[in-house]
Design a protein around this ligand. Structure first.
Ligand code: MTE
Ligand code: CO
Length: 425
């Protein structure tokens, strides 16, 4: 991308030549060996894994990643993870590819720790402005018709929240890792509400969790009936305890806080309840002291995951720039990438499923000539919305809030490949 077309094709040839050498290595010769130097011991010597029997199937009833992937883990920031009353860790976005987040790597945000609930002891109550109050066991819910599987991102409203006043955390895991994307199995929320029978003045829904925080949020009935789900499955298996086992609310495209985990109660009402999490928290305090109320939708956002501070550039020549884009308003239609801090843009290649309200993967295949880069990405969604710069956001909202920061991220790649969180002023 930084090189001229001529240099680019020359370097591509270099890459292909190296790949050809790889085939020779596989034949036990090696490039150097062919020239009479010492052969590559990794190819010519018999290794332990070649010599001894490996584990049998009985040793690994539930599979784990290779021990060599031990650094691909959720991480927290010490000063942000104060206590079990309020804890958060982050998805290692820089170490993942494609669009699905593996279950053990989904970021967690808990307001009262992880509830460990036996599924047979769990109930969901539906009451309030309904014809008949109902209580469901998990087995009851699994017998409902209309079971569905949907991939959605969940993003905490506070994702990138530490960056409002300037570049702060060095790694996309920490700046953007309060997002995950899994396939949920469950039923439409609408199904249980209709079973209970909504009264004509049923306009809002209160969802409550069974954990120690008793997390409660008001959800407009229109959204509840449109596409919200009661989810018990996650990427084909049961939800993890961290994600609300055995039952969570799925609120596609809307802020993570509304996706009540360990869901135990749904109350139907005619107005919002004004709970703590929708008044003193999860409202955006503007510069003039007023607050934006009910900022439910997560606007389009993107981030380059590679390179990024935890995944620096390793070599000149052919490189794959990669990133994620998502929008709470629908599907991503285009992602542009800049390497000069937003002066020039080129359209990235999107690969893999492009689903509404899901993470979407993009790539730019390029040759790096070793010069400094200021890498940015800019997402666009099907409503025509374009991801703003951080300064545009600050002009509109000030810097009091920690929520809903979907501004364009900049990574500075230095000549030695090191990559840093910066802002272009
Ligand atoms: N639901 C309950 N019951 N308790 C909680 O602490 N945290 C909320 C939401 N639902 C929370 C909850 C917040 S702020 C977010 S961002 C998401 O769950 C996080 O979901 P995750 O832990 O699956 O990533
Ligand atoms: Co949150």
């Amino acid at each position: 991308m930084t090189d001229s077309g001529k240099e680019k094709s020359a370097s591509r040839r270099g890459f292909l030549a190296a790949a050809g050498a790889g085939a020779a290595l596989a034949a036990g010769l090696g490039k150097a060996g062919a020239q009479g130097a010492k052969p590559d011991p990794l190819i010519t010597d018999i290794q332990d894994w070649n010599r001894y029997l490996g584990d049998g199937v009985a040793d690994r009833p539930y599979g784990k990643p290779s021990a060599f992937e031990k650094n691909v883990v959720r991480r927290d920031v010490e000063w942000l993870t104060a206590s079990r009353q309020s804890s958060v860790n982050f998805t290692p976005l820089h170490a993942l590819d494609g669009i699905i987040t593996p279950n053990g790597l989904c970021f967690e945000r808990h307001h009262g720790g992880i509830a460990e609930i036996a599924p047979d002891k769990h109930r969901l109550m539906v009451h309030g402005l309904v014809e008949k109050s109902l209580v469901f066991s998990l087995e009851d819910l699994k017998r409902f018709p209309g079971r569905m599987n949907r991939v959605f991102f969940l993003e905490c409203a506070a994702n990138s929240g530490m960056e409002w006043r300037g570049a702060q955390l060095n790694g996309c895991q920490f700046t953007h890792g309060m997002v995950h994307n899994v396939m949920y199995t469950g039923i439409p929320l609408r199904a249980v509400l209709e079973e209970a029978g909504l009264r004509t003045n049923a306009k809002w829904l209160l969802a409550e969790g069974a954990d120690a925080s008793l997390m409660t949020r008001s959800i407009p009935m229109e959204k509840a009936l449109k596409d919200a789900m009661l989810g018990w499955g996650m990427n084909g298996e049961a939800l993890r305890p961290e994600q609300g086992y055995p039952l969570r609310l799925v609120v596609p495209g809307w802020e993570g806080n509304m996706w009540i985990k360990w869901l135990r109660r749904l109350e139907v009402g005619d107005e919002p309840w004004q709970q703590r999490e929708e008044t003193s928290k999860y409202t955006d305090l503007l510069a003039d002291g007023r607050s934006r109320r009910f900022t439910f939708i997560m606007d389009a956002k993107s981030v380059v995951t590679n390179p990024s501070p935890q995944a620096p550039m390793l070599a000149k020549g052919p490189n794959v720039l990669s990133g994620l884009a998502w929008s709470g308003r629908g599907a991503i239609t285009r992602v542009d990438v800049s390497i000069d801090g937003g002066k020039n843009w080129q359209t990235a290649r999107i690969d893999g499923p492009v689903l509404p309200m899901s993470l979407t993967r993009f790539y730019v295949d390029f040759d790096w000539n070793g010069s400094d880069l200021l890498i940015q990405s800019r997402a666009m969604d099907e409503t025509g919305y374009v991801q703003p710069t951080k300064d545009e956001l600050r002009k509109a909202r000030g810097v009091n809030s920690i929520y809903h920061n979907n501004g364009i991220q900049t990574w500075h790649v230095k000549a030695n490949g090191e990559t840093e969180n910066v802002e272009v002023l």
